[in-house]
Design a protein around this ligand. Sequence first.
Ligand SMILES: [Zn+2]
Length: 62
Amino acid sequence: MVAKADNNPTSPCPICRKPTAQDAKHFPFCCVRCKTIDLAKWADGSYTITRSIEQDDLEEDD
Ligand SMILES: [Zn+2]
């Protein structure tokens, strides 16, 4: 038997960097766990600032 790795291109999982097949069920994530971790980062504001601008933000340079 000959390995056929060349027929299965991979990309690193954004969360754990594990090589992930591009036809994987949860691509680009290696598994549903990493997919959930990524969604959680968005949900808790790690990627974006979700807090609204308040009056104190506008008065810092007086
Ligand atoms: Zn992963």
